[in-house]
Design a protein around this ligand. Structure first.
Ligand code: F6P
Length: 355
């Protein structure tokens, strides 16, 4: 590759999330400042040159210009925590590809699944660095993933809106938010948006206790109640609500909100409606907090490549960004601590977890 400027690669994997483009922009601009070029992987076989001059609007643009997928031959997770090893021949192909392109390093932006792949690529000799992404905030080894704040702001805004209609109609409103294994979005938005009942995967609940909380409010003269349910919440002894995601895919969660609404109406006769926030909380641009976090993560990822610190992931450890081995982030999830400060804050306000 004589005469060519040094180049690095970047790819985005897993479910999309606000801020992916902001990370791409930061990586491309920080590379340019070092005299490097950057190339984006649209898929393992297709790339696009990333021109630093075209990066401006990416700071605010949702989604990822590189596209992303949580299925296919590079999927490392298939639900219930099982990790599939990427076949050696595919790993060898990927390494040959990166070597052939003369890349100094490859920035892998993703959550637990994509970073599991990144680690396998690293072990196969690919010079990888990771950037932690997921709206669910359930990745270990970083205080926060990017995209989480944007999702929480979206859910909080939804609660503000549901609040006024719930109060006007004296209804129970149930908001179902994402959060497959961890209830970070539900508890954070629930507290910020004035929720009364918060159902999270970490705390099995009972319908009796949920209804008791609604009835208690009625008795106190509060004729409306806001319930926030993470999609992965389930009653003690009950099962997750959703349907099969198809072969080699995690279960597609959804429906706990509708179930909660039906149970509340059936058990105490209180008029109840449900709103499923769904992919609205994953779409759109990042909040200013996430723009800043993505920019810090992206620039640090480039620094890691410059320092040849491969196999590491950037992470937030306030007040700084740091780096940790990717292995510290994958294979286990960061969940809401049941007796932690956040749950304690909610309980101190009288918020019920239905337990
Ligand atoms: O990645 C996390 C997540 O947001 C989960 O909370 C949710 O279950 C899942 O993505 C939905 O993914 P998909 O868009 O593939 O249905």
């Amino acid at each position: 590759m004589a005469g060519q400027r040094p180049r690095i690669g970047i790819l985005t994997g897993g479910g999309d999330c606000p801020g992916l483009n902001a990370v791409i922009r930061a990586v491309v601009k920080a590379s340019f400042m070092r005299g490097w070029d950057a190339v984006g992987f649209l898929n393992p076989a297709q790339t696009m040159e990333l021109d630093y001059k075209a990066m401006g609007y990416l700071l605010v643009q949702g989604g990822t210009i590189l596209g992303t997928s949580n299925r296919g031959r590079f999927a490392a997770k298939t639900g219930a925590g099982e990790v599939h090893r990427i076949p050696d021949e595919i790993l060898r192909e990927a390494k040959a590809n990166v070597d052939g392109m003369g890349l100094l390093g490859l920035v892998c932006v993703g959550g637990d699944g994509s970073l599991t792949i990144a680690q396998q690529l690293f072990e196969a000799g690919v010079p990888v660095v990771g950037v932690p992404k997921t709206i669910d905030n359930d990745l270990e080894a970083t205080v926060m993933t990017f995209g989480f704040d944007s999702a929480v702001c979206c859910a909080t805004d939804a609660l503000d809106r549901l609040h006024t209609t719930a109060e006007s109609h004296s209804r129970v409103m149930v908001l179902e938010v994402m959060g497959r294994h961890a209830g970070w979005i539900a508890i954070s938005a629930g507290i910020s948006g004035g929720g009364d009942v918060i159902l999270i995967p970490e705390i099995p609940f009972s319908w009796e206790k949920v209804c008791e909380a609604v009835a208690r409010r009625e008795k106190a003269g509060k004729r409306f109640t806001l319930v926030v349910a993470a999609e992965g919440a389930k009653p003690a002894g009950g099962s997750l609500v959703g349907r099969s995601g198809g072969a080699d895919r995690e279960m597609r969660l959804g429906g706990i909100g509708a179930l909660a609404a039906a149970e509340i109406e059936k058990r105490i006769g209180k008029e109840t409606r449900v709103c499923v926030l769904g992919h609205l909380q994953r779409g759109g641009g990042p909040t200013s907090f996430d723009r800043l976090l993505c920019t810090r993560f992206g620039t640090r990822a480039v620094q890691l490549i410059a320092d040849k610190q491969f196999g590491r992931m950037v992470a937030l450890k306030p007040p700084d960004t740091v780096s940790v081995p990717i292995t510290e982030a994958i294979g286990r999830l960061k969940r809401v601590t049941v007796d932690g400060e956040l749950v304690g804050t909610a309980r101190a306000l009288g918020i019920s977890f239905g337990d």
